[in-house]
Design a protein around this ligand. Structure first.
Ligand SMILES: Nc1ccn([C@@H]2O[C@H](COP(=O)(O)OP(=O)(O)OP(=O)(O)O)[C@@H](O)[C@H]2O)c(=O)n1
Ligand SMILES: C[C@](O)(CO)[C@H](O)COP(=O)(O)O
Length: 235
């Protein structure tokens, strides 16, 4: 079992949620979204430290929130950046004392339902392979389109939906972000930056409950997951 640090990303604006504020503060079953996610890592004995990346303007509010839930034990605050990739880069800078083979997780705080068993599988895979991500098989047929015209139907059997955490040996992800910054290369996830420099990233099959809370209907799905778990579904 390999311990890890997690760069927990919470410095976005939640624009697609249309809530007028950072979605991390929105309540799911009476508890803020961010607290649900923080709790997972606070309670995981393999998690050594939570590098919580936040918008500087929200630091005090988030710090007060964390203390009110007594979840400050492993948290170290990091300032977020303009884009998600910038926030990750700031998190990596804060983790710079890590050894080259230390495992770093990068996780969207907007994914509150990741389960501990998957975190442990991911850590082992990242240690063995250098990089690993949670992902789930596509369930729908996926089309490429031009405007409204379908130009291609992709081979679904080879398509997976990337989730987070995405886990890497520190040296691997640090090099990938350094090269991306040097070459102004932007990726929508961190695995793509490792792929960009020819690095190996593997898949650990996760589950569909680990979705990213992004748009208003996701709040309904989130409430349903909590209800299912309270009624005895697996934690
Ligand atoms: N500059 C940014 C942008 C995003 N994130 C974080 O990255 C995660 C995934 O991003 P997303 O779901 O897109 O969140 P937002 O950027 O807040 O959403 P939107 O794009 O709708 O504004 C979120 O937990 C978000 O807080 C971040 O830390 N720093
Ligand atoms: C990293 C990610 O969650 C993998 O699916 C996704 O790419 C984040 O996208 P976002 O637009 O920054 O939420």
């Amino acid at each position: 079992m390999h311990s890890y640090q997690v760069i927990l990303l919470a410095a976005g604006q939640g624009k697609r949620m249309k809530a007028g504020r950072n979605k991390q503060f929105l309540m799911i079953a009476g508890t803020p979204l961010l607290i649900h996610t923080l709790r997972v890592f606070e309670e995981d004995s393999l998690c050594k430290e939570i590098l919580l990346v936040v918008n500087e303007r929200e630091t005090q509010e988030i710090n007060d929130l964390i203390r009110s839930f007594q979840l400050e034990g492993k948290v170290r605050f990091v300032s977020g950046g303009k884009e998600r990739q910038d926030s990750v880069a700031n998190g990596l800078s804060a983790a710079a004392q890590s050894g080259p083979d230390d495992i770093v997780f990068i996780h969207d705080a907007a994914r509150p339902f990741v389960m501990r068993e998957y975190l442990h599988r991911l850590s082992a895979a990242a240690f063995e392979e250098g990089g690993a991500i949670l992902a789930v098989p596509v369930k729908d047929t996926v089309k490429e389109v031009d405007g409204i015209e379908i130009t291609k139907t992709t081979d679904r059997s080879r398509l997976w939906l990337a989730q987070t955490p995405q886990a890497f040996r520190y040296s691997v992800i640090a090099e990938a972000h350094a090269r991306a910054a040097q070459e102004d290369h932007i990726g929508t996830d961190d695995a793509s930056l490792v792929e960009y420099i020819g690095g190996r990233v593997t898949i650990v099959e996760g589950n569909y409950e680990n979705f990213k809370v992004t748009t208003p209907e996701d709040m309904m799905f989130a409430e349903a997951v909590i209800k299912h778990r309270l009624e005895g579904g697996k934690e």
